[in-house]
Design a protein around this ligand. Structure first.
Ligand code: COA
Length: 381
């Protein structure tokens, strides 16, 4: 069936868009973000700077940056109805990605007529407010109102905890958000481009992207990756634990990637950011354990899956870093969305500028000569 002429399952290797936002080189383990190697940008830029870079093609001047930060900060508060929806979702203990999807669809509620660039700012500014409010509501606490004097990243941590974060915590989160901001034509970005390519609206494109990101094969792995490190508990248990998992045919979460056949460059950047964060906190135990789990996992994957080049992916150190920032695992994937949204929107802008309706073909493999049968004559098949 897969051999049908022209059929490429999963569209693997098909080039379906041109972009200036990011280049992913899976063989060399290189990620370029709008011209900057990831390691050059991620640890230095604020999230607002990276977002501006993706949306405008260059880093902002101080005046542009101040204006952009102010605009985003003013847009952070949620419509009342969005908060009511989140409260209802929390009472039913709806998973955070589902709550984010529901709430994202309501963000145009108090906005009237807005064009795509305006809605882009509204959605980007409000995603952290949704996730932080929902995280607190789920835990039985009240939502914390955004603080317009804090940066996008610092304000997210503030809304989660109610306390202003340290400079080291803010830097760690900025680095994380920058690291996951864009990654070629991944599934959620493709979903956003498909939707906006029909000349639908920005909110619809982002809601679709959130739905795609939710799946465990895309953005849903950091929670399980961290659970695995905790279950292992001590470096000397890593080999037996991981070997048993592989013997049972299970996948090791946080390893392997469709594109990267060497270590994911994002794992490299986040590994360094996590090390700095844990060092600033003065407790390296979990970081050291994760390092030895990683080393053992990569060695065992080479033994059990030779030739597959299964290496550490972005999720592994995402888990460690976000845990170090005090986030519940349930908020890991929504926090990924808070970063990736800037990339989704950048792709939507590109698609609106020069894109074409995305309309691939399906190869029909069903029957062709069936005869109509009246309902009373049909038997179940
Ligand atoms: N642990 C164990 N085996 C793995 C593995 C993992 N993490 N990832 C891939 N494999 C194995 C598969 O079982 C398959 O083995 P087989 O050929 O003996 O059947 C082989 O490697 C190729 O797997 P395949 O599913 O074709 O790779 P893919 O490119 O489609 O998968 C992922 C990419 C990310 C879906 C996959 O590596 C995975 O499931 N990883 C764990 C989940 C995860 O970390 N996701 C976040 C990604 S950023």
């Amino acid at each position: 069936m897969n051999k049908q002429k022209g059929f490429i399952p999963g569209l693997e290797g098909v080039v379906a868009a041109q972009t200036r936002l990011s280049r992913v080189d899976g063989q060399r383990g290189e990620l370029i973000i709008a011209g900057y190697p990831l390691a050059e940008l991620a640890g230095k830029a604020t999230f607002e700077e990276t977002t501006f870079l993706l949306w405008h093609g260059c880093l902002p001047t101080q005046t542009e940056l101040t204006a952009f930060q102010t605009e985003l900060a003013q847009l952070r508060p949620l419509p009342g109805a969005t908060l009511t929806l989140l409260q209802a979702a929390a009472r039913k203990q709806i998973p955070p990605m589902d709550a984010l999807r529901m709430a994202a669809g309501t963000l145009s509620l108090d906005m009237g007529e807005r064009d795509a660039p305006q809605m882009a700012q509204v959605i980007t500014a409000r995603f952290p407010t949704i996730v932080a409010a929902y995280g607190r509501l789920l835990g039985g606490e009240t939502a914390v109102s955004p603080d317009p004097t804090l940066s996008h990243a610092a304000n997210y941590l503030y809304m989660l905890t109610g306390a202003a974060p340290s400079a080291a915590q803010t830097r760690a989160l900025e680095t994380y958000l920058n690291t996951v901001v864009d990654h070629g034509l991944n599934a959620s970005t493709f979903a956003a481009r498909v939707i906006i390519a029909t000349q639908s609206d920005m909110t619809s494109a982002i809601v679709g992207a959130v739905g795609a990101l939710k799946g465990p094969l895309h953005g849903g792995a950091p929670g399980p990756a961290l659970d695995m490190v905790f279950e292992i508990g001590a470096a000397e248990r890593a080999e037996s634990y991981l070997r048993e998992k592989l013997e049972r045919g299970e996948r090791l979460m946080g390893f392997g990637h469709r594109v990267y056949k060497v270590r994911d460059p994002r794992a490299e950047v986040l590994g360094i950011a996590a090390e700095r964060l844990f060092a600033a906190d003065g407790d390296m135990a979990l970081y050291s354990l994760a390092k030895s789990v990683e080393k053992t996992a990569v060695a065992l994957l080479a033994e059990y899956k030779p030739g597959r080049n299964l290496q550490t992916n972005v999720e592994f150190y995402t888990a460690l870093l976000l845990h170090g920032l005090g986030l519940e695992t349930a908020l890991f994937t929504p926090t990924f969305a808070i970063g990736r949204i800037a990339g989704w929107i950048g792709h939507c802008f590109e698609q609106l500028e020069n894109g074409r309706l995305i309309r691939p073909k399906a190869a029909y493999i069903g029957k062709t000569h069936l005869k109509w049968q009246a309902v009373e004559l049909r038997t179940s098949q």
